[in-house]
Design a protein around this ligand. Sequence first.
Ligand SMILES: NC(=O)c1ccc[n+]([C@@H]2O[C@H](COP(=O)([O-])OP(=O)(O)OC[C@H]3O[C@@H](n4cnc5c(N)ncnc54)[C@H](OP(=O)(O)O)[C@@H]3O)[C@@H](O)[C@H]2O)c1
Length: 375
Amino acid sequence: MATAAPVETAAMRRAIELAARGLGRTSPNPVVGCVVLDSEGRTAGEGWHERAGGPHAEVHALRAAGERARGGTALVTLEPCNHTGRTGPCARALIEAGVARVVYAVADPNPTATGGALALAEAGIDVEGGLLADEAAAGNEAWLTSVLRGRPFVLWKYAATLDGRIAAADGTSRWISSPESRADVHRLRAAADAVIVGSGTARADDPQLGVRIAGLSDDEISQPLRVVVDSGATAVKAGARVLDGTAPTLIAVAEDADAAHLEGLAPIVRLPRAAEGRGLHIPALLQALHARDVRSVLLEGGPTLAGAFLAAGAVDKVVGYLAPVLLGAGPAAVGDAGITTIAQALRLDVTDTARLGPDLRITATPIRHSRPEEN
Ligand SMILES: NC(=O)c1ccc[n+]([C@@H]2O[C@H](COP(=O)([O-])OP(=O)(O)OC[C@H]3O[C@@H](n4cnc5c(N)ncnc54)[C@H](OP(=O)(O)O)[C@@H]3O)[C@@H](O)[C@H]2O)c1
């Protein structure tokens, strides 16, 4: 976008930072940030969408700006909405506040919310879209992916040795990665709506799957839904740590599973079995979560379930924590993903690398190729 002033670019960058504060709390809505500049280009108000059902970012920022919004500019990470959902349309709030100009980063792809830019322009407001669009879209990747694919965004994370193993030959795996990497995983969990493990991991590790972040109280942390994919309903039993009161839990079982013992312990969802191979139908699992307003999922493994997600084309991003450790034997980071020859290899684009203590964190996204998404 050619016409944005440097002060507007800086304000949009700030709005993107503000938007990120809502991660893990706003689904089924996007994260959105807004900065209102007064007519002199000084920051008059800031806001972000803090939780689903609460006021939108623009409303928070306009409230903070008060009369100073009149004749000013609103910088918003997503095109202002034009529909009345649980809150009124933001386009109307901006018009009523008397702003002269609205700059947004990403156009709203949601058919029920779209049209905000047009409504603003029709009211005589100077409207521009596209400022820092890539950065803002990256901050909203989970929600944008969920709108595009009609299922939650899936981030698969694993921790492996340098020789790619996620456990030793005897099944022990605590701890492969460093405390720094494990703290980083808690940050990923806090930003997700749901965390998923397979029955093998539930059985081997009895994971609790809650979020703990040093320096933050329970009230300041958003806990994702904990999901165990346990087709036969045999892995999760009374006393399992995943059933403690920290966060809600959902056990996904097969339609024909005997799950009577789970009654009163945790809600279950019954799903069809996979047409081929073991376990549950992954697209049906994702549809069931989507129907529960889950828009982002952190898939924590293990390797068998991760392989099934990859085979279904249902991994949008991979975060691997590689520890400078060698095991020589033990399960690999990912099991059978339906790939039998090098021509079928799933290739990834590395989007980030970082050192976390002694470990290397690699973030990558699959290059969408000829393999269609299963449904
Ligand atoms: N280092 C790491 O990052 C990490 C992370 C997680 C786990 N681990 C390790 O991984 C090991 C467990 O691995 P795992 O592969 O046995 O566990 P897993 O992937 O957690 O669970 C596999 C099980 O999930 C169930 N499942 C449900 N739907 C499925 C589907 N569509 N496809 C495939 N499986 C489906 C199957 O059992 P049912 O059909 O009976 O339900 C399957 O046996 C443990 O040693 C654990 O410590 C390491």
